[in-house]
Ligand binder design. Structure first.
Ligand SMILES: Nc1ncnc2c1ncn2[C@@H]1O[C@H](COP(=O)(O)OP(=O)(O)OP(=O)(O)O)[C@@H](O)[C@H]1O
Length: 408
């Protein structure tokens, strides 16, 4: 933990800030300090993270009134508040007893304080005063994917295909940024529907960095205690504690299946006989019936080929062997239709049209390969020659992806 934070500071090459973090950590985990000492901690040394007074947050939330409570997580309650400058905020109060919570509080601050991306939650600051450990985030109007899209019969908002596409691409972009652009790379470790929040325009923001791990690029994997959420855990991580960025790719694969189907991968009321969403997806895929998995609430207002492609990307991301899962930047390209599922570049139709004077040949070829993903089909035909079984995907992926994905 401490090493992680120091690494973050070293990322900026700033020794003084490393010392500040060490000082901050010892204060937050509870070494006896006076209020003044705590206030003088160089929390502000962690760039972009502001320190709030407890009084300020009491005022913002009307003394943490139950009317302002917007959620409850594993480590405390979340309140809606209005900050002094009029900004709306989500104020997360850690329960005082939780030692685990304190560790995650620190991880959260040190991980996201310095990074900014349109698909990551914005941390405004924190409050460390007496026993209070509070995080202050930007408020997101449309709650989490779990409470909106996956709320079953209680769903209040319908999600169009365009919205779902945008959400999938946004989450993938946020993860690609964490995995490939931030140094050291960051593995989130808890990608799931309740950790994706939606702003007023349904733009997704990844939240909850309490379990995140820094991942220096010279390491193949980290061996660590298993943390995360059942149903989203990659097998190698759940069984052997081996963590790589591909564990997040796996969780993201489950999430795509949930977004396109509108169903949870696992649900509390399920009987032991009911298949998980992932099992169901494989089964339908083998039968050439993947279209049946797509959320009926869209009333066929979607492009069936594209929606099936998204489900198949979900299946690629959840390959059992981590090596066979694509990197997140490759997933972004696949979701945007810039790469096909074989990892090959798709030429822009506009360019080809201009050059050859007629519609792209590639598109037609793809259609003929995947005939069951059209609205009129879906009666037991194999979906396409490359994706007719899980084994076929695995061996196909072994041939193709080995070289492409691990290059990045
Ligand atoms: N920035 C935010 N804007 C709006 N609502 C939020 C925000 N952050 C959290 N919430 C609400 O508070 C709820 C609880 O969030 P929290 O991150 O504490 O827990 P969780 O992710 O739902 O569960 P767990 O802690 O078990 O992973 C969320 O489900 C969401 O409804």
């Amino acid at each position: 933990m401490l090493q992680d934070s120091i690494l973050i500071c070293l990322r900026g090459g700033d020794i003084e800030r490393c010392l500040a973090v060490v000082c901050f950590q010892s204060a937050v985990v509870g070494f006896p300090r006076s209020y003044e000492q705590q206030r003088s901690m160089k929390v502000s040394g962690i760039q972009n993270t502001r320190q709030y007074l407890y009084q300020e947050l009491c005022r913002a939330t009307d003394n943490f009134s139950p009317d302002n409570k917007i959620g409850e997580g594993g480590f405390g309650s979340v309140y809606k508040g209005v900050l002094r400058d009029g900004t709306l905020a989500a104020i997360k109060v850690l329960s005082a007893e939780s030692k685990q919570g304190v560790r995650e509080f620190l991880t959260e601050i040190t991980t996201i304080a310095e990074i900014e991306h349109e698909n990551l939650i914005k941390l405004y600051g924190c409050c460390v005063e007496g026993n209070h450990r509070i995080l202050v985030y930007g408020y997101l109007e449309n709650n989490s994917l779990s409470k909106t899209l996956l709320s079953g019969k209680n769903r209040e908002v319908e999600f169009s295909w365009d919205t779902r596409r945008g959400i999938c691409i946004g989450i993938a972009q946020g993860l690609a940024f964490l995995h490939e652009e931030v140094r050291p790379h960051i593995v989130h470790r808890d990608i799931k529907a309740s950790n994706v929040l939606l702003d007023g325009n349904f733009k997704p923001k990844i939240s909850d960095f309490g379990l995140a791990k820094l991942f220096p690029s010279n390491m193949t994997h980290i061996s660590t205690r298993v943390a995360g959420t059942t149903g989203y855990l990659a097998p190698e991580y759940a069984l052997r504690g081996q963590l790589t960025r591909k564990a997040d790719v796996y969780s993201f694969g489950i999430l795509i299946l949930e977004i396109v189907s509108g169903r949870r991968n696992m649900w509390k009321e399920a009987t032991p006989e009911e298949p998980y969403l992932l099992e169901l997806a494989w089964e339908l895929h083998k039968q050439g019936e993947l279209l049946r998995l797509i959320d009926k609430s869209m009333h066929e207002n979607f492009d069936p080929e594209e929606a099936c492609r998204y489900l198949k990307i979900g299946l690629l991301c959840t390959q059992e062997m981590p090596k066979l899962r694509p990197s997140m930047s490759t997933v972004v390209e696949m979701l945007k239709g810039e790469l096909d599922l074989e990892g090959k570049k798709i030429s822009r139709p506009g360019l080809i049209t201009a050059f050859m004077g007629h519609r792209t040949i590639l598109k037609d070829r793809d259609k003929s390969k995947d005939s069951s993903c059209t609205k009129s089909s879906g009666s037991g035909k194999a979906e396409n020659s490359l994706f007719s079984s899980k084994d076929a995907i695995t061996s196909f992926a072994t041939m193709t992806f080995n070289s492409i994905y691990d290059r990045r």
